[in-house]
Design a protein around this ligand. Structure first.
Ligand SMILES: [Ca+2]
Ligand SMILES: [Ca+2]
Ligand SMILES: [Ca+2]
Length: 170
């Protein structure tokens, strides 16, 4: 191999690097950074008004939203609607407002209650005679501030407007 060929070989490798590899790397680095910044923005949006209790962040809002929009509100902040795992969390859920959505629904199959993470309902805190699926159109669940702290869930139409409680577990 002559010196010229060797030189040409080095030049073409350099050209490929400068014209293709380096720009691709920069584009990739840019989008990676944007993704990270976006995650930080979402987290900071979430933690500005957070409550931290027993390993979870909770967030509420004064807005009255449908169940679906409440869920989207939480998902937009890297969380989801509250999943009530214990009597303590049940009592805590009542502190957010008179009537708030929780992350429980039987929209997929009537009478089969599932939390938003897909887990089945094991411990429940229904009002007496609830859930009643009134008029065949009650697939979402609210928690109502009440003296009966462990018997105050009601199923109701998912398009009704209630407060939102988001939960983000660690
Ligand atoms: Ca929980
Ligand atoms: Ca139902
Ligand atoms: Ca009901």
């Amino acid at each position: 191999m002559s010196d010229t060929e060797n030189k040409n070989g080095n030049v073409s490798f350099y050209k490929v690097y400068v014209n293709i590899c380096f720009p691709l790397y920069m584009i990739l680095a840019f989008f990676t950074k944007m993704f990270e910044i976006n995650k930080v923005i979402k987290l900071s949006k979430f933690i500005t008004n957070w409550n931290f209790v027993n390993g979870s962040f909770y967030l509420s809002d004064t807005s009255m939203l449908s169940w679906k929009n409440s869920r989207q509100y939480c998902l937009d902040r890297g969380a989801d609607l509250i999943i009530i795992n214990s009597p303590e969390e049940q009592e805590f859920a009542m502190t957010f407002g008179e009537r708030s959505w929780i992350g429980l629904t039987d929209a997929q199959q009537e009478g089969v209650w599932r939390w938003v993470d897909g887990s089945p309902l094991t411990t429940s805190f229904w009002f007496p005679d609830e859930p009643n699926n009134d008029k065949g159109n009650e697939d979402c669940v609210e928690v109502i501030r009440s003296k009966a702290k462990h018997a105050n869930w009601n199923d109701l139409p998912c398009d009704d407007l209630r407060k939102v409680i988001c939960e983000k577990t660690l």
